[in-house]
Design a protein around this ligand. Structure first.
Ligand SMILES: NC(=O)c1ccc[n+]([C@@H]2O[C@H](COP(=O)([O-])OP(=O)(O)OC[C@H]3O[C@@H](n4cnc5c(N)ncnc54)[C@H](O)[C@@H]3O)[C@@H](O)[C@H]2O)c1
Length: 316
């Protein structure tokens, strides 16, 4: 590989693990991490790091040229719960950042682009069970509207300008290496920390609110698999449905109790429950399985054990 890879929003929940995995696979110097935040030590120590605002077209262009970048992963965004508190800021960031990289690709300055969508593209009128790839999408959050719009623009740039842009609709992602960034599924990370620290957790969703989730290792593998699949195998140019594990807070609490018998969960739903109610409970990802052999490796118990062991390691 001659050209390099740029991650925009590398300090976030996904960006951090994605950067470290890609550096492992491609070589540290070939993967440039960037973020609007002060860089994390582990990202700065293991390879190039640039301070970069995803809304600044010229600044992105300068980095692309300086490093001879070919592939870009755009991870900078405002997530669902935070964007409900700042709707216009969320919309502007999510759309401006995407248009910047799409237009840089159109100018021939990016060869291949990854941009993540989300299960938030779905809404209350979408079938909740086994949600199909192509279905009714009437999102009710500003985040979901920005992701649905983004998907349409990705498909448009592919069709009209031949841009190689690839995308998955991530479910809620679970990891212990970097804290989540303000999403509706963050409870499924917080619960593990509280289980280990205090033995109890108050959940901001109702006990039976089932949502699609995925362990981070699976999400990173899916992302890299999709990006390394030959373009001619891909049939979806908006965003692929992607599924891992679906569970309710009650089911997750039961899995944790098997390891920490005294663990107690209580429920105090807030505005995030209203968002969660509009999303599917599980996703049909047969198109991703057919086109690029997608298959998750983590089930609920394996994810629970990995989270508890991983967090124990960071608390010691
Ligand atoms: N984590 C999930 O569960 C999940 C689920 C579905 C989709 N996604 C999508 O995946 C992508 C990454 O999500 P994440 O969970 O890592 O988010 P995150 O909030 O943890 O990280 C986003 C990163 O972007 C950076 N950022 C914010 N504004 C920026 C700007 N103007 N310029 C440069 N960097 C900026 C932040 O500092 C942060 O480090 C987002 O597009 C998100 O919508 C995430």
């Amino acid at each position: 590989m001659t050209g390099k890879t740029l991650i925009i929003g590398a300090c976030g929940q996904i960006g951090t693990e994605l950067t470290l995995t890609l550096r492992n696979e491609l070589g540290n110097e070939n993967v440039i991490a960037s973020d609007i935040r002060e860089g994390k030590d582990e990202l700065k120590a293991s390879g190039p790091f640039e301070h970069l605002d995803a809304r600044d077209y010229k600044a992105i262009e300068d980095i692309l040229i300086h490093y001879d970048v070919e592939e870009v992963y755009l991870m900078a965004a405002m997530l669902s719960a935070t964007a409900e508190e700042h709707p216009m800021r969320g919309w502007n960031l999510n759309m401006d950042a995407l248009f910047n990289v799409l237009n840089l690709a159109r100018e021939g300055k990016i060869k291949k682009l990854f941009w993540p969508s989300s299960i938030a593209v779905f809404g209350p009128s979408t079938p909740k069970e086994n949600t199909p790839q192509t279905t009714v999408m009437e999102p009710t959050t500003v985040y979901g509207i920005s992701k649905q719009t983004g998907e349409r623009w990705c498909a448009y740039y592919h069709k009209r300008y031949g841009i190689d842009v690839r995308s998955v609709r991530y479910p809620g992602l679970i990891s212990y290496k970097t804290p989540p960034g303000g999403g509706t599924t963050d409870y499924a990370v917080e619960i593990f920390y509280e289980a280990l620290k205090s033995g109890k957790y108050t959940c901001f969703l109702k006990e039976n609110e089932g949502l699609p989730m995925m362990f981070m290792e699976d999400a990173i593998r899916a992302t890299i698999n999709l990006m390394t699949t030959p373009a001619e195998n891909l049939s979806i140019h908006s965003s692929y449905n992607l599924a891992g594990i679906s569970f309710t807070p009650k089911e997750l609490a039961a899995a944790i109790k098997r390891e920490i018998p005294g663990f107690e969960i209580t429920y105090d739903p807030d505005f995030r429950q209203d968002i969660a109610e509009t999303w599917p409970s599980d996703i049909d990802d047969s198109q991703a399985r057919a086109d690029w052999n997608w298959k998750p490796e983590f089930n609920l118990q394996k994810m629970t054990d990995t989270m508890l062991n991983g967090i124990r390691g960071t608390l010691n």
